[in-house]
Ligand binder design. Sequence first.
Ligand code: DCC
Length: 225
Amino acid sequence: MDATTVSTTDDIWSPSWDDPFEPTTDRDDEFAELTDALRAVQEAVTRSRPTPDAAGRTARTLRDLAARLAAFEVGEDEQISGRRWDLAGRGQTLTPALHLDEVTDNRARGRVLVGRFHSGRYAMNGGVTPLIFDEILARLANSCGRPWARTAYLHVNYRAPAPLDVELRVEAEFAGQDGRKRFMRGAMHHGDVLVADVEGLWIELKPEQTQNVSLAVGRGAEENS
Ligand SMILES: CCCCCCCCCCCC(=O)SCCNC(=O)CCNC(=O)[C@H](O)C(C)(C)COP(=O)(O)OP(=O)(O)OC[C@H]1O[C@@H](n2cnc3c(N)ncnc32)[C@H](O)[C@@H]1OP(=O)(O)O
Protein backbone atom coordinates (compact mmCIF):
# COMPACT_ATOMS: atom_id res chain seq x y z
CA MET A 1 0.00 0.00 0.00
CA ASP A 2 1.64 3.30 -1.04
CA ALA A 3 1.48 6.51 0.95
CA THR A 4 -1.64 7.82 -0.77
CA THR A 5 -3.55 4.56 -0.64
CA VAL A 6 -6.17 4.14 2.02
CA SER A 7 -7.70 0.93 3.20
CA THR A 8 -11.43 0.32 3.06
CA THR A 9 -11.90 0.45 6.81
CA ASP A 10 -14.62 2.26 8.72
CA ASP A 11 -12.67 5.45 9.36
CA ILE A 12 -12.06 5.95 5.66
CA TRP A 13 -15.74 5.78 4.96
CA SER A 14 -16.70 8.10 7.75
CA PRO A 15 -17.97 11.19 5.99
CA SER A 16 -15.99 14.36 6.46
CA TRP A 17 -18.84 16.67 7.41
CA ASP A 18 -19.86 17.74 10.87
CA ASP A 19 -21.87 15.23 12.76
CA PRO A 20 -25.57 14.71 12.14
CA PHE A 21 -24.90 11.73 9.88
CA GLU A 22 -22.11 10.38 12.06
CA PRO A 23 -21.81 6.68 11.22
CA THR A 24 -24.02 4.55 13.35
CA THR A 25 -22.41 2.80 16.29
CA ASP A 26 -24.59 -0.30 16.18
CA ARG A 27 -22.52 -1.97 13.48
CA ASP A 28 -24.26 -5.26 13.84
CA ASP A 29 -23.71 -7.89 11.20
CA GLU A 30 -27.39 -8.66 11.49
CA PHE A 31 -28.23 -5.45 9.63
CA ALA A 32 -25.84 -6.46 6.84
CA GLU A 33 -27.63 -9.80 6.77
CA LEU A 34 -30.97 -8.01 6.58
CA THR A 35 -29.81 -5.96 3.60
CA ASP A 36 -28.50 -9.07 1.85
CA ALA A 37 -31.82 -10.80 2.47
CA LEU A 38 -33.69 -7.82 1.01
CA ARG A 39 -31.50 -7.98 -2.09
CA ALA A 40 -32.29 -11.68 -2.34
CA VAL A 41 -36.03 -10.93 -2.15
CA GLN A 42 -35.73 -8.26 -4.86
CA GLU A 43 -33.91 -10.70 -7.09
CA ALA A 44 -36.28 -13.59 -6.36
CA VAL A 45 -39.41 -11.51 -7.02
CA THR A 46 -37.93 -10.29 -10.28
CA ARG A 47 -36.96 -13.77 -11.44
CA SER A 48 -40.24 -15.46 -10.49
CA ARG A 49 -43.58 -16.01 -12.14
CA PRO A 50 -45.63 -17.07 -9.12
CA THR A 51 -49.19 -18.27 -9.24
CA PRO A 52 -51.72 -15.65 -8.01
CA ASP A 53 -52.08 -17.61 -4.80
CA ALA A 54 -48.31 -17.73 -4.19
CA ALA A 55 -47.96 -14.04 -5.10
CA GLY A 56 -50.75 -13.11 -2.67
CA ARG A 57 -49.31 -15.15 0.18
CA THR A 58 -45.84 -13.72 -0.42
CA ALA A 59 -47.23 -10.17 -0.53
CA ARG A 60 -48.96 -10.67 2.83
CA THR A 61 -45.74 -12.01 4.34
CA LEU A 62 -43.78 -9.02 3.08
CA ARG A 63 -46.39 -6.56 4.37
CA ASP A 64 -46.24 -8.29 7.71
CA LEU A 65 -42.45 -7.87 7.77
CA ALA A 66 -42.80 -4.18 6.87
CA ALA A 67 -45.27 -3.70 9.72
CA ARG A 68 -42.90 -5.37 12.17
CA LEU A 69 -40.02 -3.13 11.12
CA ALA A 70 -42.24 -0.04 11.40
CA ALA A 71 -41.99 -0.52 15.16
CA PHE A 72 -38.31 0.42 14.86
CA GLU A 73 -38.76 3.46 12.62
CA VAL A 74 -36.34 6.36 13.23
CA GLY A 75 -35.57 9.67 11.53
CA GLU A 76 -33.31 9.73 8.48
CA ASP A 77 -30.33 10.94 10.49
CA GLU A 78 -30.62 7.88 12.75
CA GLN A 79 -31.30 5.16 10.17
CA ILE A 80 -28.67 2.58 9.34
CA SER A 81 -29.51 2.05 5.67
CA GLY A 82 -27.16 3.92 3.36
CA ARG A 83 -24.81 4.82 6.22
CA ARG A 84 -22.94 1.55 6.70
CA TRP A 85 -19.82 2.92 5.03
CA ASP A 86 -17.97 -0.30 5.80
CA LEU A 87 -20.33 -2.46 3.74
CA ALA A 88 -20.49 -2.99 -0.01
CA GLY A 89 -23.72 -1.22 -0.86
CA ARG A 90 -23.75 0.84 2.38
CA GLY A 91 -26.65 -1.22 3.70
CA GLN A 92 -29.05 0.02 1.01
CA THR A 93 -30.52 -1.83 -1.95
CA LEU A 94 -31.31 0.91 -4.46
CA THR A 95 -27.86 0.61 -6.03
CA PRO A 96 -26.17 -2.72 -6.76
CA ALA A 97 -23.66 -3.48 -4.04
CA LEU A 98 -20.39 -1.85 -5.05
CA HIS A 99 -17.30 -3.51 -3.55
CA LEU A 100 -14.65 -0.82 -3.22
CA ASP A 101 -11.14 -2.24 -3.35
CA GLU A 102 -9.19 1.01 -3.17
CA VAL A 103 -9.70 4.70 -2.66
CA THR A 104 -6.79 7.14 -2.77
CA ASP A 105 -6.74 10.94 -2.94
CA ASN A 106 -7.35 10.85 -6.67
CA ARG A 107 -8.45 7.35 -7.68
CA ALA A 108 -10.98 4.71 -6.68
CA ARG A 109 -11.67 1.28 -8.05
CA GLY A 110 -14.26 -1.35 -7.27
CA ARG A 111 -16.32 -4.26 -8.53
CA VAL A 112 -20.01 -4.78 -8.98
CA LEU A 113 -22.22 -7.67 -10.05
CA VAL A 114 -25.66 -6.86 -11.35
CA GLY A 115 -28.54 -9.33 -11.27
CA ARG A 116 -31.87 -9.41 -13.04
CA PHE A 117 -33.45 -6.98 -10.57
CA HIS A 118 -31.32 -4.24 -12.18
CA SER A 119 -31.82 -5.55 -15.72
CA GLY A 120 -33.21 -3.68 -18.69
CA ARG A 121 -33.53 -6.70 -20.95
CA TYR A 122 -30.67 -9.18 -20.88
CA ALA A 123 -28.34 -6.35 -19.87
CA MET A 124 -28.07 -3.74 -17.13
CA ASN A 125 -30.82 -1.10 -17.12
CA GLY A 126 -29.54 2.22 -18.45
CA GLY A 127 -30.61 4.06 -15.30
CA VAL A 128 -28.51 1.83 -13.12
CA THR A 129 -25.21 2.77 -14.76
CA PRO A 130 -25.38 6.37 -13.44
CA LEU A 131 -26.33 5.03 -9.99
CA ILE A 132 -23.12 3.01 -9.88
CA PHE A 133 -21.03 5.86 -11.24
CA ASP A 134 -22.61 8.31 -8.78
CA GLU A 135 -21.74 5.95 -5.94
CA ILE A 136 -18.05 5.59 -6.76
CA LEU A 137 -17.47 9.14 -8.00
CA ALA A 138 -19.22 10.62 -4.95
CA ARG A 139 -17.15 8.45 -2.62
CA LEU A 140 -13.97 9.72 -4.26
CA ALA A 141 -15.14 13.35 -4.48
CA ASN A 142 -15.97 13.33 -0.77
CA SER A 143 -13.14 11.16 0.53
CA CYS A 144 -9.88 12.03 2.24
CA GLY A 145 -11.23 14.85 4.39
CA ARG A 146 -12.62 16.95 1.54
CA PRO A 147 -15.64 19.07 2.53
CA TRP A 148 -18.96 17.60 1.42
CA ALA A 149 -19.95 18.15 -2.21
CA ARG A 150 -23.06 17.33 -4.21
CA THR A 151 -23.47 16.00 -7.75
CA ALA A 152 -24.14 18.78 -10.28
CA TYR A 153 -24.04 16.56 -13.37
CA LEU A 154 -23.18 13.12 -14.63
CA HIS A 155 -22.58 12.71 -18.35
CA VAL A 156 -22.68 9.00 -19.12
CA ASN A 157 -21.67 7.38 -22.41
CA TYR A 158 -22.99 3.87 -22.93
CA ARG A 159 -20.36 2.06 -25.02
CA ALA A 160 -21.58 -1.57 -24.84
CA PRO A 161 -24.39 -3.49 -23.11
CA ALA A 162 -23.37 -4.41 -19.57
CA PRO A 163 -23.87 -8.15 -19.04
CA LEU A 164 -25.69 -9.49 -15.98
CA ASP A 165 -24.37 -11.84 -13.30
CA VAL A 166 -20.71 -11.21 -14.08
CA GLU A 167 -18.22 -8.96 -12.37
CA LEU A 168 -17.87 -5.47 -13.78
CA ARG A 169 -14.87 -3.30 -12.87
CA VAL A 170 -15.54 0.33 -12.01
CA GLU A 171 -12.90 3.04 -11.77
CA ALA A 172 -13.00 6.69 -10.83
CA GLU A 173 -10.50 9.48 -11.14
CA PHE A 174 -10.34 12.92 -9.54
CA ALA A 175 -9.68 14.88 -12.73
CA GLY A 176 -9.29 18.38 -11.32
CA GLN A 177 -10.57 21.14 -9.08
CA ASP A 178 -11.54 24.75 -9.72
CA GLY A 179 -12.70 26.53 -6.57
CA ARG A 180 -15.79 24.66 -5.31
CA LYS A 181 -15.96 22.56 -8.49
CA ARG A 182 -14.54 19.05 -8.52
CA PHE A 183 -14.26 17.35 -11.89
CA MET A 184 -14.54 13.59 -11.86
CA ARG A 185 -14.13 10.87 -14.48
CA GLY A 186 -14.98 7.20 -14.44
CA ALA A 187 -15.21 4.04 -16.50
CA MET A 188 -16.84 0.61 -16.29
CA HIS A 189 -15.36 -2.48 -17.92
CA HIS A 190 -16.34 -6.09 -18.42
CA GLY A 191 -13.05 -7.81 -19.05
CA ASP A 192 -11.37 -5.75 -21.73
CA VAL A 193 -14.64 -4.30 -22.98
CA LEU A 194 -15.44 -0.70 -22.10
CA VAL A 195 -19.08 -0.76 -21.05
CA ALA A 196 -19.53 2.91 -20.14
CA ASP A 197 -17.61 6.00 -19.19
CA VAL A 198 -18.63 9.15 -17.38
CA GLU A 199 -17.69 12.72 -16.59
CA GLY A 200 -19.11 14.25 -13.45
CA LEU A 201 -19.09 17.56 -11.63
CA TRP A 202 -19.35 17.83 -7.85
CA ILE A 203 -19.84 21.20 -6.16
CA GLU A 204 -18.65 21.81 -2.63
CA LEU A 205 -21.61 22.83 -0.50
CA LYS A 206 -21.97 26.17 1.26
CA PRO A 207 -23.04 25.80 4.93
CA GLU A 208 -26.66 26.74 4.18
CA GLN A 209 -26.79 23.99 1.53
CA THR A 210 -26.23 21.27 4.11
CA GLN A 211 -29.71 21.71 5.59
CA ASN A 212 -32.43 19.12 5.22
CA VAL A 213 -33.91 20.12 1.87
CA SER A 214 -37.15 18.24 2.45
CA LEU A 215 -37.80 20.11 5.70
CA ALA A 216 -37.10 23.43 3.96
CA VAL A 217 -39.59 22.52 1.20
CA GLY A 218 -42.16 21.58 3.83
CA ARG A 219 -41.68 24.90 5.62
CA GLY A 220 -42.09 26.77 2.32
CA ALA A 221 -45.37 24.96 1.64
CA GLU A 222 -46.70 25.87 5.09
CA GLU A 223 -45.71 29.52 4.72
CA ASN A 224 -47.39 29.74 1.33
CA SER A 225 -50.66 28.17 2.49
C1 DCC B 1 -24.17 18.92 8.34
C2 DCC B 1 -24.98 18.04 7.45
C3 DCC B 1 -24.36 17.85 6.13
C4 DCC B 1 -25.35 17.30 5.17
C5 DCC B 1 -24.82 17.26 3.81
C6 DCC B 1 -25.86 16.82 2.91
C7 DCC B 1 -25.25 16.50 1.62
C8 DCC B 1 -26.15 15.68 0.84
C9 DCC B 1 -25.39 15.15 -0.31
C10 DCC B 1 -26.20 14.18 -1.03
C11 DCC B 1 -25.45 13.77 -2.23
C12 DCC B 1 -26.39 13.56 -3.28
O1 DCC B 1 -27.11 12.63 -3.27
S1 DCC B 1 -26.46 14.69 -4.47
C13 DCC B 1 -28.00 14.46 -5.21
C14 DCC B 1 -28.06 14.94 -6.64
N1 DCC B 1 -27.62 16.32 -6.72
C15 DCC B 1 -28.38 17.32 -6.34
O2 DCC B 1 -29.50 17.16 -5.84
C16 DCC B 1 -27.81 18.69 -6.53
C17 DCC B 1 -28.88 19.71 -6.85
N2 DCC B 1 -28.22 20.98 -7.20
C18 DCC B 1 -27.78 21.78 -6.22
O3 DCC B 1 -27.99 21.54 -5.02
C19 DCC B 1 -27.01 22.96 -6.66
O4 DCC B 1 -27.29 23.23 -8.03
C20 DCC B 1 -25.50 22.80 -6.45
C21 DCC B 1 -25.18 22.66 -4.96
C22 DCC B 1 -24.94 21.56 -7.19
C23 DCC B 1 -24.78 24.03 -7.02
O5 DCC B 1 -25.46 25.16 -6.64
P1 DCC B 1 -24.68 26.47 -6.12
O6 DCC B 1 -23.93 26.17 -4.88
O7 DCC B 1 -25.68 27.57 -6.04
O8 DCC B 1 -23.63 26.67 -7.22
P2 DCC B 1 -23.51 27.83 -8.29
O9 DCC B 1 -23.04 29.04 -7.58
O10 DCC B 1 -24.72 27.89 -9.13
O11 DCC B 1 -22.35 27.21 -9.19
C24 DCC B 1 -21.03 27.09 -8.73
C25 DCC B 1 -20.20 26.86 -9.96
O12 DCC B 1 -20.55 25.56 -10.51
C26 DCC B 1 -21.07 25.72 -11.82
N3 DCC B 1 -22.18 24.79 -12.00
C27 DCC B 1 -23.17 24.54 -11.13
N4 DCC B 1 -24.00 23.59 -11.60
C28 DCC B 1 -23.49 23.23 -12.80
C29 DCC B 1 -23.91 22.30 -13.79
N5 DCC B 1 -24.99 21.50 -13.62
N6 DCC B 1 -23.15 22.19 -14.89
C30 DCC B 1 -22.05 22.97 -15.08
N7 DCC B 1 -21.62 23.85 -14.17
C31 DCC B 1 -22.32 24.00 -13.05
C32 DCC B 1 -21.51 27.16 -11.91
O13 DCC B 1 -21.48 27.61 -13.26
C33 DCC B 1 -20.46 27.85 -11.08
O14 DCC B 1 -19.27 27.95 -11.83
P3 DCC B 1 -18.34 29.23 -11.73
O15 DCC B 1 -19.18 30.38 -12.13
O16 DCC B 1 -17.92 29.32 -10.29
O17 DCC B 1 -17.21 28.91 -12.66
